[in-house]
Design a protein around this ligand. Structure first.
Ligand code: CO
Length: 140
């Protein structure tokens, strides 16, 4: 059911500093501009690698879901991993039927496609994001 690893989410206290470190230490060159997603309470940028992406996530606003994570991990840390699934509704229904805890309803995520989180207690402490892949660009 799961497809490709789409990205790994890293929570950071300062996204500009984190981008600078990926540039300085790893010579990362392909990094997207920082985007504010106020609905999700986060500010994100993606470090594009050949085979996947690193999603850098900074809390945005007082109600950000990332604040609690950064309280426990003040320097930042690995927050989630994201697998692609063909259909988010089918995938979350199948997981829920097997006893996994789906967090909320599928919604549009940072890639502009449907995503949902699965509770870390079901997966060895790892928060899992499922997302529908971004369709390939049309050939024009
Ligand atoms: Co993500």
């Amino acid at each position: 059911m799961i497809g490709r690893l789409n990205h790994i989410g890293i929570a950071v206290p300062d996204i500009a500093a984190a981008i600078g470190e990926y540039r300085l230490f790893y010579n990362a060159r392909d990094i997207t501009p920082v985007r504010d997603l106020p609905d999700q309470g986060v500010r994100v940028a993606f470090v594009n690698l050949d085979n996947t992406q690193i999603e850098l996530i900074e809390p945005l606003g007082d109600a950000s879901p990332i604040h609690k994570f950064l309280e426990r991990n003040p320097k930042g840390g690995q927050h989630h991993i994201c697998f692609e699934v063909a259909n988010i509704h089918d995938a979350s229904a199948a997981l829920a039927a097997k006893g996994a805890t789906i967090i909320g309803q599928p919604r549009i995520g940072a890639h502009g496609t449907l995503m949902v989180f699965v509770h870390p207690r079901d997966f060895h402490g790892v928060l899992i994001e499922l997302m529908e892949p971004v369709p390939p660009a049309s050939p024009h």
